[in-house]
Design a protein around this ligand. Structure first.
Ligand code: GLV
Ligand code: MN
Ligand code: MN
Length: 423
């Protein structure tokens, strides 16, 4: 992509056609698919709820003359054709899957911001030189199928499609079978190989942290994403009778796992306040009240902006756990090792400049959460636009974003797309 002209009028014209009520109504409508009693969303990747959300998006896209296609791993693309169809498109979007007690904004707001931005361009009578594609990535959250970012990582060439398609959920259903079931529930779409040249990738998202709200900024120009490792740790002991087996002779896998987890917490705390350690899933076997646990499996999610520091801590996980878990055996298996990433500086400056022109208070900040923009940044200039969410609460049914803030982020996105679309 050549440096686009500073076509301020074009950006402002596009931004002025963003309709806050339309954008909000679409959030509320998609939140019905997988709605929980407590006002959140439970929409696993490739579920019937995700199929329904995709179905609505396809209807809205068709109504605006956009074409749709998917790829071999179930990423969904909605295309506004450009004046020069041969140019690599601008890509914008996020994901529609959620955590089991997720909110109404994480992921879906990035897809809807992209879609609203395209509608704003159309309403403003702007047909960009480059096509714009709105994407919904397959399985960002890694909740039903682990690990996450499956669709975007295959798109970026980080993972093989075949490996991803073979992954299974807790019920033994493969990604391939779940994808076939979802596709069967939707109108047939052209299926392309995963990955194509992209001029730039822009992802709008709620911040999922408290920084914007605390500082009063409405737009966050994201500097990058902190590094992340995930691990699966298996602690193996021996089952025994809860009443008869002497305490000193037990090999209790749960007591051992508890000691190991506390030792991990101490090691991470010793490395500074920015180390994020989460043990979010723990499986106890046989999980019976009167049986000494014979096996425990738990996950570790470890994050830090300094990749070297994160990796140094990760390399100690096996030894720390084995030391504390004795006489039980420990096996720590690494699942993800994602270095921290820096986003495109030019796009970041441009985001701040557009926010200023539109009158939205803005600041730079890093993303502490992971996003599909991480793999995308390795194949195209990438940027993220954050908007505040109440009290920074996310991965929680109480997640909330103000309609005006969502609209502000979408205005900045629409202006960026309009201007970059001429480059
Ligand atoms: C994404 O959902 C993450 O866990 O960072
Ligand atoms: Mn997300
Ligand atoms: Mn999430």
């Amino acid at each position: 992509m050549t440096a686009a002209p500073m076509s301020g009028d074009l950006g402002e014209r596009a931004a002025s056609h963003v309709r806050e009520a339309r954008l909000w109504d679409r959030h509320m409508e998609l939140a019905r698919f997988g709605a929980t009693a407590a006002g959140g969303v439970d929409r696993p990747a490739l579920s019937a709820a995700e199929a329904a959300a995709r179905g609505r998006l396809l209807e809205w896209a068709a109504a605006r003359g956009m074409t749709a296609h998917t790829d071999t791993v179930g990423n969904l693309f909605l295309r506004l054709e450009g004046r020069d169809p041969g140019l690599p498109p601008l890509l914008t979007g996020s994901h529609l899957d959620s955590q089991p007690t997720g909110g109404r904004f994480d992921g879906v707001s990035g897809v809807l911001a992209g879609f609203e931005a395209v509608e704003a361009l159309l309403d403003a009578g702007i047909r960009p030189r480059r096509a714009i594609e709105v994407v919904a990535w397959m399985n960002e959250e890694g909740n039903r199928f682990a690990p996450g970012m499956m669709g975007s990582e295959v798109f970026a060439g980080w993972r093989m499609a075949d490996t991803v398609l073979a992954a299974r959920d807790a019920d033994g259903v493969s990604v391939a079978d779940a994808l076939a079931a979802m596709n069967a529930a939707l109108p047939p779409l052209p299926v392309r190989p995963a990955g194509f040249p992209v001029a730039a990738y822009l992802e709008a998202h709620i911040e999922q942290g408290p920084v914007l709200e605390r500082t009063g900024a409405v737009i966050g120009a994201v500097t990058g994403i902190q590094g992340k490792q995930t691990w699966r740790v298996t602690v193996t002991g021996e089952e025994g009778h809860a009443g008869t087996q002497p305490m000193a002779e037990r090999r209790d896998a749960l007591m051992a796992a508890a000691a190991a987890i506390l030792a991990l917490r101490a090691a991470c705390a010793g490395a500074g306040p920015d180390v994020m350690l989460t043990v979010g899933r723990l499986v106890v076997e046989p999980n019976a009240p009167s049986v000494v646990p014979g096996r425990v499996t738990f996950t570790i999610d470890l994050r830090h902006p300094d990749t070297a520091l994160m990796r140094a801590l990760g390399s100690r996980i096996q030894d720390i756990c084995a030391d504390r878990a004795a006489p039980c055996a420990v096996e720590a298996v690494p699942l993800i090792d994602a270095a921290s990433v820096a986003f495109d500086e030019g796009l970041r400056r441009r985001t701040l400049e557009i926010a200023g022109r539109l009158g939205h208070p803005a600041m730079e900040l890093p993303s502490l959460a992971g996003h599909d923009a991480r793999p995308l940044a390795s194949v195209a200039p990438a940027a993220m636009i954050f908007v505040p969410c109440r009290a920074g609460i996310s991965h929680n049914e109480a997640e909330w974003a103000e309609p005006a803030h969502l609209a502000a982020g979408t205005r900045v996105l629409a202006a960026l797309l309009a201007e970059l679309g001429e480059g």
